[in-house]
Design a protein around this ligand. Structure first.
Ligand code: SAM
Length: 209
């Protein structure tokens, strides 16, 4: 499996875990400058743990949608380059601001990911990666509306939560519909369910078409 530069497997309490180098955020175990990345608390962590080829590389310029209080995006900012983190809920965004105080490559934006025109003046274009974990209805639409920020060979790395689209439908049917919608603007490169780390979530790696 190829991990982005800046992400390593290290041993914490006799257990091999993914880790990045940076200040702690959520009480995760540390080993010197390294801090464990908990795949059960992070869809992106689960993707890397499962060996999914995300195409992410150290130093990438990233737009991260659905940053919440910064658990995952803090690890991203540890290995990536400029990392723009969009979150629209005020409460988690407060925590995100304090996570960003310790990280000079992390730029929190208290914005709605369905309205990219509200942050287009701040976020650079030709980004290497769009990482999405918004857990809201219309996840394909959010990815399509933010495709404008990606370079031609950039990557969408999305965690799609079935129950956010429809609580009653079969997750497999929901994923089929979301993928069909995504194909309006993306070529799908890989998909994989995130069990046992996250139930009823689909990892999607795609590139703009
Ligand atoms: N990615 C986070 C992590 O791993 O640390 C967890 C994200 S949580 C599952 C989903 C987040 O997306 C919530 O904090 C929610 O407020 C945010 N969200 C949902 N819809 C959004 C939107 N339209 N714009 C911005 N944030 C949104």
């Amino acid at each position: 499996m190829s991990l982005p530069d800046g992400v390593e497997r290290r041993t914490f309490d006799d257990e091999e875990r993914l880790a990045t180098r940076g200040p702690t955020v959520y009480g995760e175990p540390t080993d010197g400058e390294w801090r464990a990345w908990d795949a059960r608390r992070s869809k992106l962590g689960a993707m890397l743990e499962k060996g999914i080829d995300t195409g992410l590389a150290g130093g990438d310029a990233v737009l991260y949608l659905g940053a919440a209080s910064g658990t995952t995006v803090s690890h991203v900012a540890d290995f990536a380059g400029p990392t723009y983190a969009v979150e629209f809920a005020a409460r988690p965004a407060r925590d995100l601001l304090s996570v960003a105080e310790d990280r000079d490559r992390l730029f929190p934006l208290l914005k709605d990911a369905r309205k990219p025109e509200h942050y287009a003046h701040v976020v650079e274009s030709d980004l290497d990666a769009l990482i999405q974990d918004v857990a809201t209805r219309g996840q394909a639409r959010v990815a399509l509306e933010n495709r404008q920020f990606l370079a031609e060979d950039g990557r969408l790395v999305a965690a799609i939560k079935a129950r956010s689209e429809d609580v009653t439908a079969e997750p497999a049917d929901v994923f089929e519909d979301v993928l069909a919608d995504l194909e309006e603007g993306y070529e799908i490169l890989a998909t994989e369910r995130l069990e046992p780390f996250h139930d009823d979530h689909l990892a999607v790696v795609a590139t703009p078409k």
